[in-house]
Design a protein around this ligand. Sequence first.
Ligand SMILES: *Cc1c(COP(=O)(O)O)cnc(C)c1O
Length: 388
Amino acid sequence: MKGPATELIHAGETDRGDAVPLTTPIYETSTFVFENAQEVLAYNEGRSSKYLYSRYANPTIVSVEQKLAVLDRAEAALLFSSGQGATTTILMAHVKAGDEIICGSAIYGGTLHLLHDLLSNFGVTTRFVSLEDLASLDRVIGPKTKVVWFESPINPTLRCVDVKRVADACRARGVLSVIDNTFACPINQQPLALGIDLAMQSATKYLNGHSDVTGGVVTGPRALVAPIEKARRLLGTVMDPYPAYALGRGLKTLQLRVARHNANARTVAEFLAKDKRVSCVYYPGLPSHPDHEIAKRQMLGFGGMVCFDLGGEYERAAACYDRLKLVKRAASLGGVESLVSMPVLTSQYGHTDEQLKQAGVTRGMLRLSVGLEDPADLIADLDQALES
Ligand SMILES: *Cc1c(COP(=O)(O)O)cnc(C)c1O
């Protein structure tokens, strides 16, 4: 194992002489050429390294999957057309009617609605549980529980779940543990090393890092990834070679980008924490964060996401949001450009006061995805936007 910067540049960049694409690389080809019937038979019988059809496998996609597997020190990785594609395919492969999923209630909206509105139509039930319940899963896992799905850090408060504790509880009960590692990304958090079975990410965010690709990934042991690969063929949720190429290019600088995201976010968090106009700052790297100790134990870096509160007042938060110039008002995260969102207008839109309280969210919160700009420029922009 070399360093992540070296691995991301060199892993998977092997000679693809076995593939004979119909078009030229980027292997933007839907199908591959065989010499003769013998070769097709060999492929069908699993005795060949050839490629058949890009919905099954494609050299460009496989190259990026190899980078992502190495990054998570996993046996296997699979790419999908989106993070949602990854989530759907993982779950379709590993649950069936009658099974129960336990899911952290602080979860990506798409995941919540997939479980609550769609998978429920197929006889799969989901129990949404609090952070406290995730911390004591022994009490929560039942006889029908098949999968525990959770995130850490969570959106937007960046509260952290003790990942190893979840992994151990699941392992002891024979339940599949899956983490959505999008917010941390593998440079900052290695869930498989902490005992988690499968790690999923939206590659749309830090992995690609340039806000120009939609994609998803899962990593894990071959035995757990194989059924997902089969489901991906059937659901057709594979990534296309062109975005895979762009993702592979983005990945070569992941280690550098994330180091800068981490540093910039810390600088911004420390600036906001000292500012009298800001009532609260949420960043796992600050000693004031409720899960700072957990984060220190399980994270290699504290990430690029920062959340702050302007006294719980919507009007003040909206005014600050509107006044930002360099920081763009947009959903998503993990790109080179700094972005701002208001949780009450996005992830917590339409929630009641009670629901907001449960999520630890207020109407005065702003969430920053701190980008790679010069930190002094980011602070100047926040400073002028906070002016009232
Ligand atoms: C964006 C996101 C997803 C969904 O990924 P898409 O690529 O948009 O489908 C899932 N989980 C988290 C935490 C995300 O931020």
